[in-house]
Design a protein around this ligand. Structure first.
Ligand SMILES: Cc1cc2nc3c(=O)[nH]c(=O)nc-3n(C[C@H](O)[C@H](O)[C@H](O)COP(=O)(O)OP(=O)(O)OC[C@H]3O[C@@H](n4cnc5c(N)ncnc54)[C@H](O)[C@@H]3O)c2cc1C
Length: 299
């Protein structure tokens, strides 16, 4: 795999070799990608996908890496980060965004066009592609409530558009988690609203986040999914795990659902804290905490 020279194959494009993904993840942890590229267009992305397929190279696609733990051994093959594909446009009440556009930027553009419906995502630090993949949501709203179609590239290199109805959205789940398609962009249908009301709602949600979440530290947001009938943060608190630390990773004292990097954390530290939390909560309450954060890469 290492003998292939992707930089020579894709002259003029940004391609890096053995690049530490800790430089890109929100937790500031993670091993290297054999190859890392930043396509700026759908065609460039398709070129990398075709190259990987033709050379039997594993291919991983990530967005803003805000819901990701990359194990220390890193990721073999080619990793695409889509954040250079970031156009956002509005026609009437439809907002169209490339996969790499920041979700927060999309909410700002919606506000600038007096469009309501996107406010719930004002503080979610992911990309549009990652938000579609995760069916991201907060404060009673979810991507599935406003999305109307999704543009994808299949692993075979075929461009497709799915109506939202086939996306199989549910709590932190979507079709692309199952079929491996790469999200290239999405369309959101919003409603006409009042700028002042939209701004007030976004500011309120961001203030609530800042009050409750340890935004002053690197993290990957809520580490665990909400178990049916419980709240992960409360189970963790009731298990006396606030402040539990392994190396530089610590269960936040401000919001027990977050694991923060208090300095020098590694992915191994994160995984150790996650395993300890899962084991302790299961022993005490018989509830399995399933991770919401995606854990990828080699040990
Ligand atoms: C402080 C903080 C607060 C957060 N608050 C929330 C919240 O309120 N609600 C919420 O839902 N989440 C929240 N998150 C988590 C995270 O922001 C969301 O899950 C977001 O949708 C992830 O997007 P991303 O671009 O960062 O995805 P990444 O972390 O880059 O990737 C996540 C997964 O999506 C896949 N993926 C990413 N892009 C694509 C693509 N284009 N095509 C195919 N697969 C792709 C990756 O392979 C990976 O499996 C928070 C995170 C942080 C750090």
């Amino acid at each position: 795999m290492q003998q292939l020279d992707l930089q020579a194959t894709f002259p003029g494009l940004t391609v890096m070799q053995n690049e530490p993904l800790a430089h890109y993840t929100n937790t500031k942890t993670g091993g290297p990608a054999d190859w890392l590229a930043f396509p700026k267009t759908r065609e460039e992305a398709a070129g990398f996908v075709t190259f990987a397929r033709e050379h039997d190279m594993p291919l991983t696609v990530i967005g803003n890496a805000s819901n990701l733990i990359v194990r220390e051994g890193g990721i073999r093959g080619l990793v695409l980060i889509l954040t250079a594909m970031k156009a956002i446009s509005v026609t009437d009440n439809v907002l169209t965004a490339d996969a790499g556009a920041a979700l927060i930027e999309a909410t700002e553009v919606a506000y600038q066009h007096n469009l309501t419906g996107f406010e719930f995502a004002a503080g979610i630090p992911g990309s549009v592609g990652g938000a579609v993949f995760m069916n991201a949501g907060a404060y009673g709203g979810e991507v599935k409530d406003i999305i109307t179609s999704v543009d994808v590239l299949t692993r075979d290199g075929v461009f497709k558009t799915y109506p939202a109805t086939v996306m199989d959205f549910s709590y932190r789940h979507s079709l692309v988690q199952e079929n491996g398609d790469i999200v290239l962009g999405a369309q959101f249908t919003l409603a006409a609203g009042q700028a002042a009301t939209i701004r007030a709602q976004m500011d309120d949600l961001n203030a609530r986040r800042a009050a409750k979440q340890p935004l002053e530290y690197p993290s990957c947001g809520s580490v665990f999914k909400r178990p049916t009938g419980y709240f992960a943060g409360k189970l963790i608190t009731d298990s006396d795990l606030r402040g539990y630390t392994s190396g530089g990773a610590q269960v936040s004292r401000k919001h027990a659902g977050f694991i923060i990097n208090v300095g020098g954390a590694t992915a191994t530290d994160y995984l150790a804290v996650i395993a300890h939390v899962q084991e302790t909560v299961f022993t005490k309450f018989g509830v399995h905490l399933e991770t919401e954060v995606r854990i990828i890469g080699e040990n």
